[in-house]
Design a protein around this ligand. Structure first.
Ligand SMILES: Cc1cc2nc3c(=O)[nH]c(=O)nc-3n(C[C@H](O)[C@H](O)[C@H](O)COP(=O)(O)OP(=O)(O)OC[C@H]3O[C@@H](n4cnc5c(N)ncnc54)[C@H](O)[C@@H]3O)c2cc1C
Length: 503
């Protein structure tokens, strides 16, 4: 009797099966359906988008993960939307200001930071004279944006590649930069690329900065004459929803609530997948968007690979982890779409992060007010803030998240006094939620961190030792760069284009 007797066989033969409807999987699917391929996508959840998706609660629409899209419609997300002819289904709010505050003990100083509307200075001048009390110079906190753009004014992509293996912190400390620019750069680095500055790649950061504000290559800054940072109208799920519509318009099929449990491998060839409820689907090629560790170690099994490859997969360093609060307020307390709170004691905060201790003041807190960017995300007169901080670099150390949550709230009080009186409810997003929701073994922001040994030509390969089995997603694809969602889309699109050429 065949041990396969209890399995249900599905006879349609697809060209491609894609596991996961994150932006990597959708990017790949979009290119393939447009080329006329028969594509079937499996998603374990009821909605598309993975870490770039949203949920509803008591009249609010709240993002699970992603907050801001670095190049909005001018980057890879715009490319896939255009390719699938669904540009009309995705609009962005564009940020022109990013005020920041410095936190020191029980005080806050600021605002300083980026203000594109003020074309002359391109920064918000710091208001506090007292900053000198902290041993800091007021002028270091002015013209932040102009000083940041100098970093990439005369740099080429080739030059950034030479800096791939130079740690970001080492690079920044070797430059003559004011403290204010450094604070912003360190925080942007950690919030954007989600890697600790001492092991993150300087080249990778400069490339992402070049895409946004460089003047020596075709960058968004030059084309758009402004900061390209954007927030999707309708919340982050608007992005995967629009791409998914496009895919379905071109006859791609997405099966929701269908978890893949096994990749079927015969004679070193990936031939299909088995779902959690025992169905089997076949395809000529399988693309997995669920992360290298999850794909190779969980869905395939170690027995199909040489030890060297298994060790390589085991040793992939994820990005850092994050704690994000979803705060529903019964009153509007700010008009700013996005703010940063930064500590004056950056080094102390780095040390706490590395030792998995709760810092006096976190490295930084970013505060997207998504209902300022799209008022439909909160009931009338109310407001939604999604403050987040990065912590516990790589693994679960049992850090007391309740205490960290209280710390974030008390730091916010320094800038928004008594705001806690208006809290209706707070949801807390932790790495454990990421593990459960998206089957993410490390609970990290990105499954592959853009560290010095994992970028450029050292990047994680699309191609696996199993024939017809490929990986996509944020951090996957040699020579690719970018922030979270954009990296994921580009990864999917690049692999799909390569496969179409290869036949
Ligand atoms: C808190 C947080 C904040 C972030 N902020 C930003 C930001 O501001 N800007 C930005 O650009 N990026 C941000 N990111 C990162 C960005 O969200 C991710 O890099 C990107 O969305 C990853 O896409 P992906 O396709 O690689 O993977 P995922 O989004 O993880 O997609 C994988 C998909 O596969 C599904 N899946 C998993 N296992 C299975 C299975 N066995 N069978 C079927 N389906 C399965 C999952 O449910 C998921 O939908 C943030 C992430 C987090 C967590």
């Amino acid at each position: 009797m065949s041990i396969l007797m209890d399995r249900v066989y599905i006879m349609i033969n697809y060209d491609y099966i894609i596991i996961g409807s994150g932006l990597g999987g959708l990017g790949a699917a979009g290119v393939l359906v447009k080329a006329g391929k028969r594509v079937l996508i499996f998603e374990k959840n009821a909605i598309p988008g993975g870490r770039c998706s949203s949920y509803k609660k008591k009249g609010f629409t709240i993002d699970y993960g992603t907050h801001i899209i670095t190049r909005s419609e001018f980057g890879p997300i715009g490319d896939i939307i255009q390719l699938l002819d669904v540009e009309d289904q995705l609009k962005f709010f564009h940020l022109t200001r990013m005020p920041s505050y410095l936190l020191h003990k029980e005080e806050s100083y600021g605002p300083f930071g980026i203000d594109i509307d003020q074309k002359n200075t391109l920064s918000i001048p710091i208001q506090d004279k007292n900053i000198t009390k902290l041993g800091l110079k007021k002028e270091d906190f002015q013209n932040i944006f102009a000083n940041m753009s100098k970093l990439v004014q005369n740099i080429s992509i080739t030059k950034t590649e030479e800096l791939n293996e130079v740690p970001f912190q080492e690079y920044i400390e070797s430059l003559q930069l004011g403290q204010g620019v450094k604070q912003i750069l360190y925080f942007l680095y950690m919030a954007g690329l989600c890697v600790m500055p001492h092991e993150g790649s300087a080249g990778e950061f400069l490339r992402t900065l070049l895409y946004v504000m460089g003047s020596s290559i075709k960058s968004v800054w030059v084309e758009h004459d402004g900061l390209s940072f954007g927030y999707p109208i309708g919340s982050c799920i608007a992005i995967p929803k629009a791409i998914a519509h496009g895919i379905e318009n071109y006859n791609g099929k997405i099966l929701y609530n269908k978890m893949v449990e096994e990749i079927i491998i015969e004679d070193n060839l990936a031939v299909g997948v088995k779902t959690k409820n025992g169905e089997i689907f076949k395809a000529n090629r399988i693309i997995s968007d669920i992360g290298p560790k999850e794909t190779i170690l969980q869905l395939c099994g170690k027995e199909f690979f040489e030890m060297k490859y298994i060790n390589q997969i085991h040793s992939i360093k994820p990005s850092i982890r994050s704690l994000v609060l979803k705060i529903a307020l019964n009153k509007k307390i700010t008009r700013e779409p996005f703010q940063f709170l930064l500590t004056t004691e950056m080094e102390k905060a780095f040390e706490s992060a590395l030792n998995n201790e709760i810092p006096d003041i976190p490295i930084g807190i970013f505060i997207p007010a998504t209902s300022v960017m799209d008022p439909s995300l909160a009931p009338k007169g109310k407001q939604l803030l999604l403050p987040g901080t990065v912590y516990a670099p790589y693994k679960d150390t049992g850090m007391n998240e309740k205490k960290l949550k209280e710390k974030v709230l008390s730091c916010m009080e320094l800038v928004f006094p008594h705001f806690q009186n208006y809290i209706e409810w707070v949801d807390v997003f932790t790495p454990e939620i990421a593990m459960k929701l998206w089957n993410n073994v490390d609970g990290a922001i990105n499954r592959v961190g853009q560290t010095i040994n994992q970028v450029g030509d050292n990047g994680i390969d699309f191609y696996t030792p199993i024939e017809n089995l490929f990986l996509v997603g944020c951090g996957i694809g040699k020579g690719l760069s970018g922030i979270g969602t954009e990296f994921a889309v580009e990864s999917g699109m690049t692999l799909a284009n390569n496969l179409l050429i290869k036949k």
